[in-house]
Design a binder for this molecule. Structure first.
Ligand SMILES: *Cc1c(COP(=O)(O)O)cnc(C)c1O
Length: 413
């Protein structure tokens, strides 16, 4: 269905139902931006959302908590519905707070509770380093030994992609020793999207808690966290979510855990009953939603920036974005293969249901030079040691012409 000529790209752009969304973003001059998996671009509306809060702070001072156009006291609630829609959860299961690794730790405090023989954490091999540091330090926090308690599940020898069947078999065989399965939704390096529903089902059959780091999945895949019965998930909002560098993070907890008082939790005043919070009493009463994991009053400018982005996602619709994304990434894959260079192979799965928009290109020789040349010719993508170039055609702001032009530059490799 794809064709090699430039006219195909131009035609696809013309009939793209989401083509107008590109104009909602600032695209760095003279670039082909394929790095939305690392830092998403700035929506043109973000500034106004933040300026509104600066203005209300100027006018109202502390009274902005109640009198701002969007009062700061409940401000995070203005993002709840859009967030829930985006990740396929109920409103009381999602909250935006802190940042990713912090949220991962807070959730593991609650949900990694090693007991006797069931004391292990399973994570995919080559997970994002911060996640590895986090799980290792949680194991140590419990006075346990990383060597005994961490399972880094790897692909078969010489392969990059984990076979779901093998992982599921492993879970059935060793699940009674696993306290927590905590994997990336999409692996940052290979671009493999894990079969979260299947993994969760197997984990639950064996009595494990099952969680995902959705840093590379939120805003990229169609997620159904509640339906899949995932126990908890965390993500950042600066990659596909375009909320800006260091943006506030997101968290999800399945409803079955929301009011379970046996679950240990670190507490702060923003998790305490909103109606009596300002009575400043010593007794803590947890909000019966995931908000009870909040500690501090949240950074309003960060929430404003995320709100600008969520409004765009609501307008575009994640189903429409995903439909375009599969085509756009498929087109990119087609052109790369058509380039017919033996120096590059795509390690990301071919099956669209096992990947998001990112493609990871393994280079066999002079990879870094290829990357440097792409950069010099205006392609913004990234290099991951030892030999991978990651590119991410993002359906919100990348065009078929972007992908075509990129492939022409890559062709010279
Ligand atoms: C981007 C990313 C992070 C970064 O963590 P921060 O706490 O936001 O700095 C962590 N884990 C994964 C899987 C990521 O992709």
């Amino acid at each position: 269905m794809y064709k090699t000529g430039k006219d195909f790209a131009i035609e696809m752009d013309k009939i793209d139902p989401l083509k107008n969304f590109r104009d909602k973003f600032y695209i760095p001059d003279n670039t082909i931006y394929l790095c939305g998996n690392s830092l998403g671009l700035q929506p043109k509306t973000t500034k106004d959302y933040i300026l509104q809060e600066l203005e209300d702070w100027k006018i109202y001072g502390v009274e902005g908590h109640l009198n701002a156009k969007r009062p700061w006291l409940p401000y995070h609630e203005f993002l709840t519905e859009s967030t829930a829609r985006l990740v396929g959860a109920d409103n009381d299961e999602v909250v935006n707070m802190n940042s990713l690794t912090t949220n991962l730790h807070l959730m593991m405090i609650s949900f990694y509770r090693p007991e006797g023989k069931r004391n292990k954490i399973l994570i995919e091999k080559n997970a994002f380093p911060s996640d590895i540091y986090a799980v290792k330090s949680q194991i140590e926090f419990h006075g346990l030994n990383v060597k005994d308690c961490l399972i880094e599940f790897s692909a078969d020898e010489g392969e990059d992609i984990i076979k779901t069947d093998k992982l599921i078999d492993y879970i059935y065989k060793h699940g009674n020793e696993i306290a927590l399965i905590m994997m990336g939704g999409v692996n940052y390096y290979s671009g493999q999207a894990f079969e979260m529903a299947e993994i969760t089902k197997a984990g639950h059959k064996m009595g494990c808690i099952v969680a995902f780091d959705l840093a590379h999945a939120t805003g990229n895949l169609k997620l159904e966290l509640s339906k899949w019965k995932i126990d908890f998930a965390v993500w950042c909002n600066y990659k596909y979510m375009n909320a800006g560098p260091g943006a506030i993070g997101g968290a999800y907890v399945n409803r079955k855990h929301l009011t379970d008082e046996k679950i240990p939790k670190l507490k702060g005043w923003w998790g305490h009953n909103k109606k009596i919070r300002f009575l400043m009493g010593p007794e803590y009463e947890a909000i019966p939603t995931v908000e009870s994991w909040q500690l501090s009053n949240p950074p309003i400018f960060q929430l404003a920036s995320l709100r600008a982005s969520l409004d765009i996602f609501d307008e575009a619709g994640i189903d429409n974005l995903r439909t375009k994304s599969e085509k756009l990434t498929g087109y990119c894959e087609f052109l790369i293969k058509n380039n017919n260079t033996e120096n590059i192979s795509i390690i990301t799965p071919e099956d669209p249901s096992q990947r998001g928009c990112q493609l990871s290109l393994r280079t066999f020789k002079d990879g870094k030079k290829i990357y440097d040349r792409l950069t010099k010719e205006g392609v913004i993508c990234d290099w991951r040691e030892p030999d991978v170039i990651r590119i991410a055609p993002v359906p919100l702001y990348n065009s078929y012409s972007d992908v075509f032009n990129f492939s022409q530059i890559l062709l010279k490799s």
